[in-house]
Design a protein around this ligand. Structure first.
Ligand code: ZN
Ligand code: ZN
Length: 372
């Protein structure tokens, strides 16, 4: 056995049973997103490292510890994409689409992060995401949230709940941040080590710390949604009114935060009770500052992403690849004829398998049989 190769740790094979579920999810995504006139893009897996350093931030776990980053044979610093938004923005700019009106895109494919496999984390995982460039909202925010919800409903994911928040904007966030930092400073010694670092680097991230003793300290923490400027308040109210008018129920969750300055206003997650405390199925939000951050003109945008493997775990039941018809030849003399019949059936759009009469070769899950 010693000379037998194994896949890299945390990187799994997709075998038929699993791929059937994945394809069902992908096809449902294509169908539901097409109804909202989102178009599929297929973007590179290898991208320049600097692009992610700029978009995700050098002090995040993803960039500091988890990216598959290397120098290629020409000496370029490249990496396997850890997420899909930065590449989408790059492609949007590179294609010169900033003056072509709003663009609605979706993507699906593998992403890579060198996380700990012992925690059940995958190092190659698949994401499905959508990005909508050139829209300010809040009506478009409502529409993309509704698309996400419609997709998960159509898949039949159980116990879904939508949670929303507003992250404010560069006008109202600094004053809020000062207030939050003052609150956190007063409790510095009761917060975990990560939180202590984040008070200085990224105070809003302290709010979503998963450590229980930290959460216990945060009960009275000031909330962004109560410190919005007039424009952000109008935007947030518009989002809520829009969701109401579609009959989508939601909860305002002040713990939904994003780490970086280019995120603003709408942030949302769709969670399921089926996955316990960390039941996030889909997460997204508005990132009006990112296109500019990556070198383009100021362009508002909103998007979301979700992990395909997680969705697959939540699917109500597996589908299977079955034959509609098994063409069974009784006796070798007519086996050629059976092949011909199966071929004709397939050309007519039928899933057919030819067989030879014996219990071992009879397909197990076949709806009906034709005997030649
Ligand atoms: Zn604001
Ligand atoms: Zn903490």
């Amino acid at each position: 056995m010693s000379n037998q190769f194994r896949s890299i740790r945390g990187i799994h094979d997709g075998l038929p049973e699993e791929v059937r579920r994945w394809r069902h999810i992908e096809e449902t995504a294509r169908r539901t997103f097409a109804r909202h006139v989102f178009s599929e893009v297929r973007l590179p897996i290898l991208e320049p490292t600097a692009m992610f350093v700029r978009s995700i931030g050098s002090d995040t776990d993803i960039v500091a510890k988890e990216m598959y980053r290397f120098e290629d044979r020409g000496g370029d610093d490249i990496c396997l994409r850890p997420e899909g938004t930065a590449g989408s923005v790059r492609a949007y700019l590179q294609a010169g689409l900033t003056r072509s009106g709003a663009q609605r895109w979706f993507y699906m494919g593998p992403m890579f992060r060198r996380e700990r496999p012992q925690k059940g984390r995958l190092r190659q995982f698949q994401q499905i995401g959508a990005e909508w460039f050139g829209v300010t909202g809040p009506i478009e925010d409502v529409e993309i949230l509704a698309m996400a919800q419609a997709f998960l409903d159509e898949l039949g994911i159980p116990e879904l709940a939508m949670e929303i928040n507003s992250l404010g904007c560069p006008a109202c966030r600094p004053a809020y941040r000062d207030k939050l930092v003052a609150y956190l400073e007063a409790r510095r010694d009761k917060l975990c080590e990560t939180c202590n670092t984040r008070i200085d680097s990224n105070p809003m991230r302290v709010l979503d710390c998963k450590v229980e003793s930290c959460q216990a300290e945060l009960g009275e923490a000031p909330e962004m949604a109560s410190h919005l400027c007039g424009d952000c308040q109008t935007h947030f109210d518009g989002l809520k009114t829009g969701l109401d008018s579609l009959g989508i129920s939601y909860l305002v969750n002040p713990r939904i935060v994003r780490g970086l300055d280019y995120y603003n206003r709408t942030a949302f997650e769709i969670v399921t009770g089926k996955l316990g405390a960390q039941g996030t199925v889909l997460a997204g939000g508005r990132y009006d500052g990112l296109v500019e951050e990556l070198g383009g003109p100021a362009t508002p945008a909103i998007g979301f992403a979700m992990g395909l493997e997680r969705l697959a775990m939540l699917l109500p039941e597996a589908t299977s690849d079955t034959a509609d018809v098994a063409v069974v030849a009784i006796g070798e003399a007519v086996s050629g004829y059976a092949l011909g019949v199966a071929d004709a059936l397939r050309r007519g759009g039928c899933n057919a398998v030819p067989g030879w009469w014996s219990p071992a070769t009879m397909p197990a899950r076949c709806a009906k049989s034709t005997i030649c």
